[in-house]
Structure formats: C-alpha cells, structure tokens
Design a protein around this ligand. Structure first.
Ligand SMILES: [Zn+2]
Length: 380
C-alpha cells in the first residue's frame, strides 16, 4: 500500500464532494419520477463512453435500474452496487447541501449518494486505466421502497451475478457487516360489519379485535428483547387505520402494518406461523415483503486493508437493518457491507463525513487493485 501524494488526495476529495453535492440536489424520491430519471441519467452519463463495457437499462414495475458490465464478462469478478433513490421529505426545498465540520449535510448524503459518488469514481478510474477490467456497477432506484424491482429483479429475473458484491449501504467504516436480520413487512386486517355508532349492537366493530391481536403480538415480542446489541426478533406497528371517514359509524374493516425483523434460527415461515397463532383466526395476515436473515461472508482481506488505511481495528458486526445485500445471499454471493461515516439517516440534515469518504475510497481502490492484480496510475 503506497501512500498517495497530498495533491492527488485533495483532487479526489474535491471530486467526491462535488459529485455528492450534485447528486443530493436531485430529489430522487419515490414520488418524484422526473428527478429520479434525471439522477439516473446523471449517473449514466458519468460512466458512459468507456471502451470494453456494455450498458444495460432495465425497467421492472416502473423501476429503472442501470447495469454496466465488462463487455467480455457478463459475470464480473466484482460488482459495485448502489441505489440512487432517497427518502421523501414534505418540503422539497430541503434537497440541497451545506459543508460544515468536515461533513456534507443534506438529504441522501449518507444513504447513499456519497457512497454512490465513490463507486462512480472507482468505476471510472479502473475502467479508464484498465479497459475491460472485471468490475461492474449496478445502480437501482427502489432500495428505500424494498428493492424488489431493483436488485431483487436484476438478481432473480435478469441473472445478474458476480463473485463478490460491494454494497456500501450499511455497517460503518470499521464495522463490516457479517449478518443482517430477516425482514417481514405485513398487513393485518380485521373485517366487521358497519352500523350506526349509536346502535353498535347492530354491527361488529373490527377495531377492538385488531387492537387485541396487536397487543398479543406486542407482549410476545417484548419478552424476546435482550440487551446484547439487540440481536433478537423485533416487531413494530408502523401503520394503523380503517376505511372509515365518519365519526358516528362503525367501520367495516380495520388494518395495521407490521415491520418485523428476525434472527436465525427463525425463518420467514416460522415467524409467520408464530404471528398467525398470536393474531388468531379472526385476523388475516398478508405478506408485503419477506426476506430471510442474511449471512454476508465478507472477505477478511477487506478488513485488513480497512485497518491498515484507517489505523483503527476493524470488527465484523451484526445489523438490525436490512439492505439490498440480502438478494445476493441466496446465490452464494458474498457481500462487503461497510461504508463511510454517516449520520441522521433519513432526516433532512443527514450527513456524511468527508475524510471517511476518502478513506473508504482508498480502501476499495486498494482492495480492487490487489484483487485484479493491477496498478492505478496517478490521476492527471
Ligand atoms: Zn440505503
């Protein structure tokens, strides 16, 4: 590992900051199709035109995904994976950045436009210096809404494969994720009989039955809680409602959404069985998203390089949150899931630390160069 000269580090730093700030300006949320498209084109334009690569534009369920692969290797050794969508904020004026305390502050800076900028620069540098190098890039637009039509579609339907995926959308600079919890997004429904609320005996109010079921679920999960890094199943009620628009009427239905996270040895099936028992035959359960717990099998060499470049010990950690990494797991593809230092994720003042961006870039560059057995010339 050679120490890069200060001038080229400064140029790298400036490039990463500029690129991230440009990306954050585009409010590429679930609701803003035009901005998502604009951001997609922005990324595409940055990586287009290199010899020895092919660009694929995929569309599934209205979700666009960009895949760039070496022409001769449809199954590259390494695939860089990012999402360009960000969470929506009510006030569209928040999609801007400020630089403060060595951070880029702005919505999506940490999750994950700063990391996307790093992957774009990595991809460009390796393909410019070594045309056809076995490095691909996949950029999707639906991670914040589940990833099913993005990475999910690419891996399941389009046969996207690689020997190893780098997904800087979890962990931390010196925390490489080794395991992620499984995810269930569920909708619970109770049906009843509408009636005038002055004569409730003529109807059947589904709300008390729904609440009683949710209470049994709450009690069950509360008993599973442990303090050791929260590596246990959890369940959060995230939405609740009825079709009712009036105060003096019993609703015909009531529903709630649950976000369940679970750890091995539980599986999506065992969790669903448990939940069905808790909710009882009166309540119906619909699965919106199901993903098994994921083991990421990270390459220990990446951890060694991380330690060498940051000067700090690197740990393998378990994560409560899920990421697109889970789609690679069923195909035996290991994933490297760590990232620059970020904070206030999904808030308007989300941030990414600039020094850690440079470190993460250098970790990846060193790892890739070593893996491909190539050297990168100094940037002009
Ligand atoms: Zn993310």
């Amino acid at each position: 590992m050679t120490d890069p000269d200060p001038k080229s580090l400064e140029r790298l730093r400036n490039r990463l900051v500029a690129l991230t700030r440009d990306l954050v300006l585009m409010p590429s949320t679930e609701h803003d199709h035009a901005a998502r498209r604009q951001c997609y084109e922005f990324v595409r334009n940055h990586v287009e035109g290199f010899p020895g690569i092919t660009i694929q534009d995929h569309l599934d369920g209205g979700v666009a995904s960009l895949v760039i692969l070496p022409e001769t290797e449809p199954r590259p050794d390494i695939l860089l994976v990012a999402h360009l969508d960000v969470v929506a904020h009510a006030d569209s004026r928040v999609y801007r950045t400020v630089l403060q305390d060595g951070r880029i502050i702005g919505p999506g800076a940490g999750d994950m436009k700063g990391a996307l900028a790093i992957l774009m620069v990595l991809f460009r540098r390796f393909h410019r210096a070594h045309p056809g190098v076995s490095l691909g890039l996949a950029v999707t637009t639906d991670e914040e809404t589940g990833g099913e039509h993005g990475v999910g579609h690419l891996v399941r339907e389009r046969g996207l494969r690689c020997n190893l995926a780098i997904v800087p959308d979890g962990g931390a600079l010196n925390h490489i994720t080794i395991e992620e919890k499984g995810i269930l997004h569920l909708r619970v429904e109770a049906n009843g009989q509408t009636a005038h609320a002055a004569r409730p005996w003529l109807g059947d109010n589904p709300i008390p039955r729904l609440l009683a079921g949710l209470q049994r679920v709450e009690t069950h999960f509360a008993a599973l809680a442990r303090t050791d890094h929260h590596w246990h199943p959890t369940c959060a009620v995230t939405r609740i409602g009825t079709e009712n628009r009036t105060v003096n009427r019993l609703p015909a239905e009531a529903h709630a959404c649950l976000d369940v996270r679970f750890t091995p040895p539980d599986t999506a099936d065992t969790m669903l069985t448990t939940l069905r028992q808790l909710l009882g035959p009166d309540l119906t359960l619909r699965t919106l998203i199901a993903a098994e717990p994921t083991h990421l099998s990270p390459d220990p060499r990446f951890a060694e390089i991380t330690t060498a470049i940051t000067g700090q010990a690197t740990q393998f950690v378990r994560e409560s949150g899920g990421s697109d990494a889970r789609f690679f797991h069923p195909h035996g593809i290991p994933v490297l899931l760590s990232r620059p230092t970020v904070g206030n994720l999904h808030a308007p003042d989300e941030w990414i630390d600039i020094d850690s961006m440079v470190s993460y870039y250098r970790i990846c560059e060193t790892y890739l160069a070593e893996r491909f057995g190539v050297e990168l010339p100094a940037e002009p």
